[in-house]
Each structure stands twice: as C-alpha cells, then as structure tokens.
Design a protein around this ligand. Structure first.
Ligand code: PGA
Length: 247
C-alpha cells in the first residue's frame, strides 16, 4: 500500500541553533513511522540539515529550485546542487513563490521537469485564492495549474508528489474542511488518472493550516495521501503528532 508523506515546509524560518534543536527533537521522537517524512528547509541550511538527518528516517527537501541547469542566474540554486546534498524532494510552485515571485504555471512545470530529470521528486503545489473560491472557480484554477505540469512532463507525471494548498488556508488558521479538501483531491486524482495509468501511486498532499488537532480527519480522507505542513512543522511535538496521525 502507498505510504503517506508528511512534509514540513519551514519557509524562511530557522537558525543554526534552532534547526539543531528542532531536528534533534524530531529524530529522537520519530521512531519508526508508518509514513514517509521530509523537511523542506531553506537552502542555506541544506548542509547542516543533511548532516543532522543522516542515519534517520527523515528525508531532506528544498523549498525551490531553478528551472535552469546552470549559469548566469544570480541567487538561484540548481538541481545538481540539491543532488550534492542528497535532497530527495523539492517544493515547486508554492503559492508564495507564485504570488511574490511571479512564477507562472509554465515556470512551475519547467521546475518540476528539471527536478524529475535530476532524480529529485518535485512536490508540485497548486491551489486557489479566496477570490477564486468565492467566484466558484476552484476546480478550473487547480485543473489549469495541474494541466501545465502534466503537459510538460507527460508519462513522468506519475513520479511527482502533488500538494493541494488552498491559498486562503495557508498560515491563516483556516483549514479547508476534510470534505472540501477531499472534493478537490478527487478532481485532481481523476485528472491524473486521465493522464497516467500509474496515477494511483501519486501522493496527493493537503496543505494549509494542518495541525495536530485536525490532521487525522484530513488524513483519513480517501484521496489525501499526506500533508504539507508549514507553521506546525516548526514545533517538534506538533509535527511528531501529525506524523503519528498518518500511521
Ligand atoms: P501552513 O503552511 O501549514 O502554515 O498553513 C502550509 C504551506 O504553506 O505549505
């Protein structure tokens, strides 16, 4: 059976001291989970986190990657650089990247393609804004975002992880209800099935104010295969409790 994936997204948080305390707490408390676990950390801390996670069941992830292979792209980090640090996952198209860094569907699709070609699993993030939901456009928006990634990646689409993160639920404390999330996940699953005979193996994560209290209900939905967790991944007891809910 497909294992669930619980991925933490630290965003722009952390320090050498705080990372060490958090990772030590997670490594000592995680035991042998029934799910996969990953931490997507700021790229400057990849080396530190790689060494703290070595020998543990927790995988290392990055939060973004360049769509280019190498060259004159000041400030960017390439997939081969991620490979140097044993990075297994990389977020692409997080709504904060789309919103504040103007990443388009096409750029996100290219990033996913670049990651796949380098053996890094892209966690492709999609989701509608509040205005889009209120206008009844949720399905149209998430299907458009996913279609760009399917179009660029063809049959390799079965190698991605997909994260549905309604923008209005991120960092706001407003979680989509389990039914709302499941409804969108079912639409996305159908779209993936139409694109690939292997779609059932794709992990479909929910993200947006997932926490220790609401995780089991969300993770109990038939098409929710894990979580992408921001705020609650910064506290070891909360993140460990979410991991336990995925068992
Ligand atoms: P949140 O963030 O859990 O703090 O809402 C989730 C995310 O942005 O990935």
């Amino acid at each position: 059976m497909k294992k669930k994936l619980i991925a933490g997204n630290w965003k722009m948080n952390g320090s050498l001291a705080a990372n060490e305390a958090l990772i030590k707490g997670l490594v000592s408390g995680v035991g042998t989970p029934n799910c996969l676990v990953a931490l997507c950390v700021p790229s400057v801390y990849l080396a530190q986190c790689r060494s703290l996670l070595t020998g543990s069941v927790i995988d290392l992830g990055a939060q973004d990657v360049s769509q280019h292979e190498a060259g004159a792209f000041t400030g960017e980090v390439s997939c081969s650089m991620l490979n140097d640090f044993g990075v297994r996952y990389c977020l692409v198209g997080h709504s904060e990247r789309r919103q504040y860094h103007f990443e388009t569907d096409a750029v996100v699709a290219l990033k996913a393609q670049r990651a796949l070609a380098s053996g890094v699993t892209p966690i492709v993030c999609i989701g509608e804004t509040l205005a889009e939901r209120e206008a009844g456009r949720t399905e149209e928006v998430v299907k458009r975002q996913l279609a760009a990634v399917i179009h660029a990646n063809g049959h390799c689409i079965s190698e991605i992880v997909l994260a549905y993160e309604p923008v209005w639920a991120i960092g706001t404390g407003k979680t989509a209800s389990a039914e709302q999330a499941q409804q969108v996940h079912a639409v996305l699953r159908a779209q993936l099935k139409a694109a690939s005979s292997q779609a059932d193996r794709i992990q479909l994560l929910y993200g947006g104010s997932m926490n220790a209290a609401n995780a089991s209900q969300l993770l109990g939905q038939p098409d929710i295969d894990g979580g992408l967790i921001g705020g609650a991944s910064l506290k070891a007891p909360d993140f460990l409790s979410i991991i336990a809910s995925a068992g």
